[in-house]
Design a protein around this ligand. Structure first.
Ligand SMILES: Cc1cc2nc3c(=O)[nH]c(=O)nc-3n(C[C@H](O)[C@H](O)[C@H](O)COP(=O)(O)OP(=O)(O)OC[C@H]3O[C@@H](n4cnc5c(N)ncnc54)[C@H](O)[C@@H]3O)c2cc1C
Length: 446
């Protein structure tokens, strides 16, 4: 409490900010003062940060609280022995419309992946390049033995369709059905290319995710780059947090209960609020709202990081498991994309497992598969960390955007909410959700 009070000197208090930590003794949370109480946003992930930025833009006083010591929620980076480890393998798609609005890409110093993938199948690596952006690889991609020639034409048609039609107006089905029945791709192309690629994006191997969301993503992938900030994905969150007025963001501040006009902190304090926005992940939103907000099911993942003296590949490319055997779904040599992710002379390898297999024996099984792919040098790789992320993404099955639990922003029982589970399970969706909720809230309080 004292530390928090001390953080805000009167002269440093920004115009848009009223410090409720100063006010707690002056009025009780049960009698809110709409003139001075700030909007309290619980959760400083991308949704909470973008909600705060929109309130700030509209000169609405706010306070952003997060239980963690670092802002960013699921988009964070830790440094281990000089390696930059993102919280699970993730990338920024430069074509995300909301990210383009919210972020200064130049300051993030983005580095891009090769547009395409390397597919591990039947004992060899086969390249599948995006021929629109790597025309020089067209022939190699045409004759790589994956799928049929007709599949290449269907890929061109899909690319044209998603770039000219609004996916929100399209019928929704599972991505698997859409690829098989609507696009009529061969089983081979789906199995060896689409399945590992989108299992790694949706974090579910059945491709039961909404085809509307798939169409949105396919357009985004086709029109921009998959990229990483030089300082790690956490730099995205840090850039947003740094743009907020000093003193408006309180970290290491867990909220234990909320009502429409107050929040209770883990240390017992009650803070009065003009309005409360729950910008937490689905399970936390369900818990804090006492079941008024329903969390969708979760998609989990495990990410294992390894350090190597020599990179097993030279290209900045995503590697997909085309055979579907073994624990690995995809991997990449992150330091081939951004050398700064590893100390000089070393390489960082990120391995993604879709789902949450038992911890026992997972690392040896991953290493055995890596050895099969890259040979005996893998024995000298150093296992740096395993990130096991239970609530990595909200499940977004066909029709999820039409359910009453994922509405356009409105307060529910007096509580406002935002988060990726309300838009799309992505950086874009989280940012958009935060901004839209702030806009609706601002309009409702005039
Ligand atoms: C492994 C992985 C890979 C991903 N890959 C990609 C990708 O490649 N591209 C992409 O676009 N998206 C990707 N995503 C998804 C993207 O990261 C998320 O959709 C987005 O970050 C969600 O943001 P959010 O603000 O909705 O939620 P969160 O980031 O979960 O933020 C919620 C915040 O609430 C805080 N909180 C919770 N409870 C409390 C409490 N009681 N009191 C105070 N604070 C609380 C948490 O500490 C957290 O900071 C990936 C996610 C993961 C985990």
């Amino acid at each position: 409490m004292h530390r928090l009070r001390l953080l805000i000197l009167p002269s440093a208090v920004p115009a848009c900010f009223v410090d409720p930590f100063m006010n707690t003794s002056q009025h009780s949370p049960t009698s809110p003062d709409p003139k001075t109480d700030p909007v309290i946003i619980v959760g400083a992930g991308l949704a909470g940060l973008c909600c705060a930025r929109e309130l700030q833009r509209r000169n609405i006083p706010f306070l952003l609280l997060d239980a963690n010591a670092q802002a960013g929620g699921r988009v964070r980076t830790e440094v281990v022995d000089g390696f930059r480890l993102d919280l699970g393998f993730q990338v920024l798609q430069t074509a995300y419309p909301e990210a383009r609005q919210q972020l200064n890409y130049g300051a993030l110093n983005l580095r891009s992946f090769f547009p395409g993938a390397l597919i591990r199948t039947q004992g060899r690596f086969v390249q599948m390049a995006d021929p629109w952006r790597r025309p020089g690889r067209l022939l190699a991609t045409l004759f790589n033995g994956i799928g049929t020639f007709a599949d290449r034409l269907r890929l061109a048609r899909l690319r044209w369709t998603v770039s000219t039609q609004n996916e929100d107006l399209a019928a929704d089905s599972t991505t698997a059905d859409f690829l098989r029945q609507d696009c009529r791709f061969s089983a081979d192309l789906i199995q060896r290319f689409f399945r590992p690629w989108f299992a790694g994006v949706f974090l579910e191997p059945q491709l039961a995710t909404s085809s509307r969301y798939f169409r949105f993503l396919f357009r985004i992938f086709a029109t921009g780059d998959a990229s990483l900030p030089t300082a790690g994905m956490g730099a995205i969150s840090q850039q947003l947090a740094d743009s907020l007025p000093a003193g408006c963001l309180k970290l290491s501040t867990a909220v234990t209960a909320v009502s429409p006009h107050s929040v209770q902190l883990a240390d017992g304090q009650q803070l009065a609020a003009k309005a409360v926005v729950l910008a937490v992940d689905g399970p936390a939103a369900e818990r804090l709202s006492q079941g008024l907000v329903k969390s969708p099911a979760a998609c989990g993942t495990v990410c294992l990081y390894y350090a190597a003296d020599k990179p097993p590949l030279t290209e900045p490319i995503l590697v997909l498991n085309g055979d579907g055997q073994g624990p690995i779904n995809n991997l990449c040599v992150v330091s081939n994309v951004v050398p700064e992710y590893a100390p000089a002379g070393q390489s960082l390898i990120s391995v993604s497992v879709v789902g949450l297999p038992s911890e026992a024996g997972l690392e040896p099984a991953v290493r055995a598969q890596l050895t099969e792919w890259f040979g005996s040098a893998v024995a000298s790789w150093r296992h740096l960390r395993t990130h096991r992320i239970t609530w990595a993404l909200p499940a977004q099955p066909a029709g999820f955007r039409n359910t009453p639990d994922s509405p356009t922003p409105a307060s529910s029982h007096g509580l406002w909410t935002c988060g990726d589970y309300q838009q799309t399970a992505s950086i874009h969706g989280a940012m958009l959700s935060g901004r839209l909720t702030a806009t609706a809230l601002a309009e409702s309080i005039g």
